[in-house]
Design a protein around this ligand. Structure first.
Ligand SMILES: NC(=O)c1ccc[n+]([C@@H]2O[C@H](COP(=O)([O-])OP(=O)(O)OC[C@H]3O[C@@H](n4cnc5c(N)ncnc54)[C@H](O)[C@@H]3O)[C@@H](O)[C@H]2O)c1
Ligand SMILES: [Zn+2]
Length: 357
């Protein structure tokens, strides 16, 4: 049964957007509607979206190149130029149809256009549905540094229709699942239990992913945290669980022949960070994670560089690494300040794990 989540001044609608979007749009009475897509969502998602939304094919669409490497000022220039070309009014609506890159950048461009026009998030990746589209954080990368320039601004609404997951590459889907598992560990033991029962790996493809029964429970956790801490003053740090180690691994392997996806890196990060807090617990988490993700050895020669990458994390101060991991009860956290030696041991622990065949 589709659910609606109210988050401060906006609603996150889940389920078939046919049932919600057209009425919502009519009630709002925007003078103009435009869409922002990337090459892939233009091809795979736009026809479905227009049909479900009841919008004509003549609606203006700004298409940008796909990929994180385009989440920068140059591409914002393209989007703002598109807005200028169609004389986008302040009373218009911008619909971001895509993954987290489109959501973050389309949102940022809308938030800054004439000091802000309304925007809607229509996420099309699992990561965006469960994480990026919720919470009003908008940013672009600058000089290669992630999410350096940005603002907080809430969307007018979010429409999460799982139909779009059908065309998403399996590796992207799996990657988004790391955030679902993260949310389960942060705030929903029942979701964790269901994931443990629900995800089975057969010859590299995941059974249990097809129908995204885990979507709403996952959104509920993110929504609750953002509700309690919209401006990241406290509890929202918990959403970064797995990401201190995860981001370092993601950057490190970016240079390798086989880069890790964000979710693959975060999955390893959750194992290592949990081990730093409670080694017993890390074993159980690892067991679940290896149902979804394969094991990727971390070379010992990489340890010093990984430490340096972690130190660059903006949440750290004066040579000390700080990370939030889930506490005993749901929606509580412990703050860890591990030494380089401890971190190294957590990598060795991870390397020592042998996933189920
Ligand atoms: N604002 C936040 O709170 C927040 C939170 C987490 C992540 N993020 C940001 O999200 C971004 C990552 O998002 P992402 O993983 O969705 O990446 P993405 O937007 O690059 O999408 C991944 C790939 O899938 C393609 N794609 C998207 N939807 C598709 C579909 N339905 N069918 C086929 N192909 C499709 C895209 O074109 C792209 O090539 C990062 O930039 C990250 O910083 C933001
Ligand atoms: Zn993440």
């Amino acid at each position: 049964m589709p659910q609606h989540f109210h988050l401060n001044d906006y609603t996150i609608y889940t389920g078939d957007l046919r049932d919600t979007f057209p009425d919502w749009l009519r009630e709002r009475g925007y003078v103009q509607v435009i869409l922002v897509t990337d090459k892939n969502t233009h091809r795979h998602c736009l026809p479905v979206f227009l049909e479900k939304a009841g919008l004509p094919g003549t609606i203006p669409v700004i298409e940008i190149p796909a990929g994180e490497q385009h989440k920068n000022l140059d591409t914002c220039g393209l989007i703002w130029q598109g807005m200028l070309d169609i004389r986008l009014d302040r009373k218009a609506l911008v619909v971001n149809l895509g993954g987290g890159v489109i959501g973050d950048m389309g949102g940022f461009c809308a938030a800054t256009w004439k000091r802000g026009v309304d925007y809607v998030q229509a996420p099309t990746t699992l990561l965006a549905m469960t994480d990026a589209a919720i919470g009003g954080k908008l940013a672009i990368d600058f000089q290669g540094i992630k999410n350096t320039i940005g603002v907080f601004r809430n969307p007018a609404a979010v429409f999460v229709d799982p139909v779009f997951l059908q065309t998403l590459e399996k590796r992207e889907l799996r990657s988004g699942l790391a955030e679902v598992l993260k949310h389960a560990l942060i705030g929903d033991p029942e979701l964790w239990r269901l994931c443990t029962a629900g995800f089975q790996v057969h010859g590299g493809s995941i059974h249990g992913l097809g129908s995204p029964w885990y979507l709403e429970a996952s959104i509920a956790v993110k929504t609750r945290i953002v509700q309690e801490d919209p401006y990241e003053k406290g509890l929202r740090a918990l959403l970064n669980y797995g990401h201190t180690v995860g981001h370092a691994l993601e950057s490190y392997f970016l240079e390798s022949a086989e880069p890790l996806t964000h979710g693959e890196a975060v999955a390893i990060g959750m194992i290592c960070e949990t081990w730093l807090d409670a080694p017993e617990k890390a074993i159980g988490i690892a067991e679940m994670i290896f149902r979804v993700f394969s094991h990727r050895r971390i070379p010992e020669s990489a340890f010093p560089e990984l430490w340096n990458l972690m130190l660059q994390d903006k949440k750290n101060t004066a040579g000390q690494i700080r990370m939030a991991v889930p506490g005993e009860a749901s929606f509580t956290m412990s703050i860890l300040e591990p030494t380089p030696e401890k971190i190294k041991d957590s990598f060795l622990f991870y390397n020592s794990l042998t996933p189920n065949p």
